[in-house]
Write a protein that binds this ligand. Structure first.
Ligand code: NDP
Length: 614
């Protein structure tokens, strides 16, 4: 029976279950019946490890000195030293069979890989004397924002749920370990200092209610838009006052569709203008980074100039109001056609270019969620373009049309205070999004979701036609608010905006440059992917502070419409549902990405969106 080799309190290197990586751990106890050491990782995780999965720190340091040599013989000598600690090692001098020696060679190769991987981790974690001194066994492994990252082959790491890992790990036999390692070493990708994202595989966990849910959403989303717009046109838009169905022919007009196409292609021309800086997106699964031109704000300025010119030449912008439903139908038809095109082209896309969330193999599901991650025609990125241009800029143009329609219909020389607030708040939101266009590159829409019906319809129909509901409502249902009420609503909007903007900027800057001196006061939990999770600042307040700010603003947009009907509150109600669902999706992805580090983060920051509530 092997005697215990490592003492309680000793700092050693422990293998991370299911991987070939070693991290600094502290031995806390030893179970001499099961022959398992309980060790504590720097992030506070406690696991039971076999002795064969623990190595002394000196063995790593020793190898580090040798790693500069590329000589395999030298490496293998280092290997033999390390193996001498393994209970599985054959006795010295014992003759090996051919297969045994092959196995041994493979084993050697594998361990060399292990060692070099571990070295990278060790070097980047700076676990030597300094760190050893710093190690205090506290679960809170937050680090000041001054360290670089750890790395590993993300794609090999399964969902790290502590219990599962513990169970698997304690029960797995050495033989199973070996098999698994062999598989790992075959699949192994070289670790790099930069984080490596997951290589897309088949989407197993279906969201949005799976195939049935997405099939229903294909009809439900357009029906909801129709319903809301019809309701808004009614004198009494109470929920129980269901509007009559419009005649089909009244929904379509070729000229309106022509105007919509003109709008779309005008925005495409603005997008293609060679002005504005070109930036790189986050690394894709293959490590490549796409380039994006940041000129959304210029597009907005050009659009404003074009609209100004139209108004100067007496173009009746309330044409939009008069044909609002037809515009919505045109946009819906266009987004459907675009989604069909996107799906067909995605069938020819290489596997690595498919979206992690839209590759289930089920037609409806992939069609809805988007099969291809970044569909491009040459350099023209269709998803990125639709995300912020035609729909978002279209939203403020629609709002302006509503403002003019209100003045015309009600014979006003100036718009109502409610209309000014709604227009002003939403203009700020859109201008902010375009001014901070680069930030969209780190959002889920760009990094995770494919481009399919969900985003095409969302960007081109839902955003411009549903988000402008308050302004549309105010045209038909004038609401008077007093100046103090207007001031209070403005303060609310400013608070929401402040939270939203500072939270998004904090995370975006941290993701772009974790070493940014402006962020030096923030603490973060290091994760195995190399990215950190902020635990102070806004992201230490709740887990999605940007959603909180967004929801506060959504409320401020509805309040100017008064309390006569719930219809103008549709946006804030829907938005809470959307963000709660989105938060759950994001949470799920983060748990998969960051495993235990995410769990630690959740412990540190228990509330998701609303402090002390949710
Ligand atoms: P977020 O900008 O909230 O990004 C979530 C990602 O942030 C996570 O996946 C993770 O990605 C990273 N992250 C999470 N926690 C931390 C942390 N503690 N420290 C550092 N990084 C962390 O996601 P969205 O794309 O959903 O939202 C972007 C903005 O768009 C929000 O303000 C939202 O309100 C708004 N929005 C607006 C909508 C609208 O219709 N008006 C619709 C949807 C969103 P990783 O670690 O991989 O970087």
């Amino acid at each position: 029976m092997p005697s215990r080799k490592y003492a309680d309190g000793e700092v050693v290197m422990g293998r991370w279950p299911g991987s070939v990586l070693y991290y600094e751990v502290q031995v806390t106890s030893y179970d001499d019946v099961a022959h398992l050491y309980t060790v504590k990782y720097k992030d506070g995780t406690e696991l039971a490890l076999k002795e064969s999965d623990i190595r002394s720190q000196s063995s790593f340091k020793h190898r580090k000195s040798q790693s500069s040599s590329s000589s395999p013989s030298r490496r293998s000598s280092s290997r033999s030293r390390s193996r001498s600690r393994s209970p599985g090692r054959p006795a010295k001098g014992r003759r090996r069979s051919a297969s045994q020696s092959r196995e041994h060679k493979d084993d050697k190769k594998k361990t060399i890989q292990e060692t070099s991987l571990a070295l990278v981790v060790v070097v980047l974690f700076k676990p030597s004397e300094n760190n050893t001194k710093r190690y205090n066994g506290e679960p809170e492994s937050t680090e000041k924002n001054d360290t670089s990252c750890v790395i590993l082959e993300q794609k090999l790491k399964p969902d790290l749920e502590v219990k599962r890992v513990l169970e698997q790990y304690s029960l797995r036999s050495r033989k199973d370990d070996k098999k698994k390692e062999e598989i790992y070493s075959e699949k192994k990708t070289l670790v790099a200092v930069k984080p490596i994202e997951k290589v897309p595989t088949k989407t197993k966990e279906l969201e949005f209610g799976g195939r049935i849910g997405t099939f229903m959403l294909l009809f439900l989303l357009p029906a909801t838009v129709c319903y809301l717009l019809l309701m808004c046109k009614q004198d009494d838009p109470s929920l129980l006052n269901v509007p009559p169905l419009p005649a089909l022919e009244s929904l379509w007009e070729g000229r309106v569709f022509g105007v919509f196409l003109l709008w779309f292609f005008l925005q495409a021309v603005f997008y293609l203008l060679p002005i504005g800086k070109v930036v790189e997106g986050l690394p894709l699964s293959n490590g490549r980074k796409l380039q994006y031109r940041i000129n959304g704000f210029y597009a907005f300025i050009f659009t404003a100039a074009a609209i100004g010119a139209l108004l100067y030449f007496q173009f009746e912008l309330h044409y939009l109001y008069d044909h609002f439903m037809q515009f919505a139908v045109s946009a819906a038809v266009f987004s459907l056609a675009l989604s069909i095109y996107l799906y067909i082209r995605s069938l020819k896309a290489p596997e690595e270019e498919l979206a992690p969330g839209g590759n289930s193999g089920y037609f409806i599901y992939d069609f809805f969620t988007g099969h291809e991650l970044n569909p491009r025609i040459g350099n023209f990125d269709l998803k990125y373009f639709c995300e912020l241009r035609p729909g978002l800029i279209g939203w403020v143009v629609i709002n302006l049309a509503m403002l003019l329609a209100e003045m015309k219909i009600h014979n006003l020389s100036v718009p109502s205070l409610s209309m000014i607030l709604v227009n002003g708040f939403q203009l700020l939101y859109v201008v902010d999004a375009l001014w901070n266009e680069e930030a969209v590159l780190t959002t889920m829409d760009i990094t995770h979701d494919g481009f399919g019906f969900m985003l095409a319809f969302g960007d081109l129909v839902w955003v411009p036609f549903v988000y402008s509901l308050q302004a549309f409502y105010l045209v038909g249902h004038p609401t008077t608010i007093t100046w103090p009420v207007a001031a209070a609503i403005t303060v609310l909007n400013c608070v929401g905006y402040y939270i939203f903007r500072s939270a998004n900027s904090q995370k975006n800057n941290f993701r772009r440059n974790p070493a940014d001196p402006k962020l030096a006061n923030l603490k973060f939990i290091p994760t195995a992917t190399g990215k950190g999770l902020l635990v102070t600042g806004w992201w230490g307040f709740v887990r999605h502070p940007n959603y909180l700010g967004d929801i506060i603003m959504a409320l401020a947009w509805s309040l100017p419409c008064g309390f006569n009907h719930i219809l103008p509150y549709f946006y804030v109600i829907y938005f809470i549902c959307l963000l709660v669902h989105r938060e759950a999706r994001d949470e799920h992805h983060c748990k998969q990405k960051y495993g235990l580090a995410w769990e630690r983060y959740c412990q540190r920051v228990p509330y998701r969106i609303f402090p002390y509530i949710y």
